[in-house]
Design a binder for this molecule. Structure first.
Ligand SMILES: [Zn+2]
Length: 499
């Protein structure tokens, strides 16, 4: 029973998600197993079906070295390694693992006389860690040792520990699984994003979390352990993540911080470790937002504190970088407007915002912070307070418009009162009109929470009408989203005077 619920969770959480819509597509993709690229048999290609990466069964046999039996008559596949047995059937979403039934997200399929199976499901069942880099279109498989995949490097962060003050326990996460004993088990949490801005580390997660924070010496560092957490699939598309599931943030301008590194520290249980490496001892203050999905570890503090004060502005160490806060409208329980073909505004806003983020990450003089980087709902006041707390230079909220009539089409840009906001609105709007080719509905003033309560130049963009079928068709296309993202970035850079 325990296994059954765990597998359901695996199906639910371990999908390899692509940002684009779409059914089946062959992709030029690489598979890296323990740091070595797997040579693919000739004529064989990875396919993406319903946002799942599918590999030919030959790859499973020849490269992953699992034993495979194919039954032509029943169209059944049996995959075996040691004592573990998976059975799959072509075109059937139901499968078994060691005799227990599980539901697959995408059924195995036959394409060009080749049987395709979902790589994440098969690999994870066989004890491999799977991550996907959407930029390189690369699947990383890690076999590793079960206790600590950092083999020995775990020992780096031992040493003198400053006792951690007590942290209140957050409310239980919303979808507990039930194991055989009737006890609840929490689903695995996902780390979506990390950024270091104004001497503060921002950590965003899918679910509520109680971090374990220790201050260590020799060398000085602050260690943040995120229990029951793995990297989100999208994490590697935004931040460097090597085949050993380690990486570090690109950092400059902070005199007392030498680097911020992160890793999947252990996988049984899953734990992500983030280390702020310091040049000298430094106090920290932990803050969390109301649903405990965003943590801020503030190094501008004068003494250690885990008391979780409200998110209020604090004096900061300037880094010389411009700080841009991108706010993908809506999210989580708030889907925003429903488009004419029943798509959610929150998905459009997130897709465009993530594209803006990845463009801004290439700018060495700009630090970008997202109010959300996954399907979560920070409150409007949390979004504005985050920007205020970081003393952001610019705040941009991204939305799609909607109207009861399907006629209206075009782009609108909003600001509230401040002339700096109006200037920013005019500059971004100019680029948006050019990029979208949609009609110009103008730059307008309106008292909207996030642009009213923020203290820096702030705008809210309504980039096309979800209620208009031709606008909507473009808005969910990759091409339009890329153009819009580039236009927003051009506008921000022009406004900030960043070359
Ligand atoms: Zn909206």
């Amino acid at each position: 029973m325990k296994k059954f619920s765990l597998l359901l969770l695996l199906c639910a959480f371990f999908l390899i998600v692509f940002p684009s819509e779409g059914s089946a597509a062959a992709v030029q993709s690489k598979i890296i197993l323990d740091g070595k690229e797997i040579g693919m048999p000739s004529g064989v290609q990875v396919q993406v079906i319903n946002e799942n990466v599918m590999i030919p069964i030959r790859v499973v046999v020849e490269n992953l070295k699992f034993k495979v039996d194919w039954n032509q008559k029943t169209q059944g596949v049996m995959i075996q390694q040691d004592t573990k047995i998976i059975t799959l059937t072509v075109n059937q979403q139901s499968a078994t693992v060691d005799g227990n039934q599980v539901v697959l997200n995408t059924a195995p399929q036959v394409k060009n006389e080749t049987v395709l199976v979902p790589i994440r499901f098969v690999s994870e069942q066989m004890g491999l860690l799977v991550s996907w880099d959407n930029v390189d279109k690369t699947v990383y498989l890690t076999s590793g040792n079960k206790e600590s995949i950092n083999n020995g490097q775990a020992g780096v962060d031992t040493g003198e520990v400053t006792p951690t003050p007590n942290v209140p326990t957050p409310p239980p996460t919303s979808v507990p699984g039930i194991d055989g004993s009737g006890q609840t088990t929490n689903p695995l949490n996902r780390l979506n994003g990390l950024s270091f801005v104004n001497n503060q580390l921002l950590v965003t997660l899918d679910g509520a979390i109680t971090p374990e924070i220790s201050r260590l010496t020799n060398p000085d560092r602050i260690v943040i352990d995120l229990p029951n957490t793995n990297f989100a699939d999208s994490f590697g598309t935004i931040h460097p993540l090597d085949s050993g599931l380690k990486g570090k943030l690109d950092l400059s301008g902070y005199p007392n911080v030498s680097e911020v590194r992160y890793s999947l520290f252990t996988r049984d249980p899953y734990k992500v470790r983030v280390v702020i490496a310091l040049n000298a001892a430094n106090a920290y203050q932990l803050s969390q937002d109301s649903d405990s999905k965003m943590l801020i570890i503030d190094l501008n503090a004068s003494e250690d504190s885990n008391t979780i004060p409200p998110l209020v502005p604090v004096p900061v160490v300037p880094s010389g970088h411009k700080i841009v806060v991108i706010d993908p409208g809506h999210g989580g329980s708030d889907p925003g407007a429903l488009s004419i073909s029943k798509k959610h505004e929150k998905d459009f806003t997130l897709a465009v915002s993530l594209k803006v983020q990845s463009l801004l990450l290439k700018e060495s003089n700009i630090d970008v912070v997202m109010t959300r980087d996954s399907d979560t709902y920070p409150t409007l006041s949390e979004r504005a307070q985050l920007a205020n707390r970081l003393y952001a230079d610019v705040f941009v909220s991204i939305h799609g418009n909607s109207n009861p009539s399907s006629k209206p089409s075009g782009t609108e840009t909003y600001y509230y009162q401040r002339s700096s906001s109006k200037d920013l609105a005019n500059v971004i709007h100019k680029y948006l009109i050019k990029a979208t080719g949609l009609s110009d509905r103008g730059v307008k003033s309106n008292s909207l929470h996030v642009i009213r309560e923020t203290k820096m130049p702030a705008v809210l963009l309504e980039i096309g009408f979800l209620s208009n079928s031709s606008d909507e068709l473009m808005m969910y296309s990759d091409d339009y989203q890329n153009k819009v993202a580039q236009a927003i970035v051009n506008g921000i850079k022009e406004y900030l005077g960043v070359k």
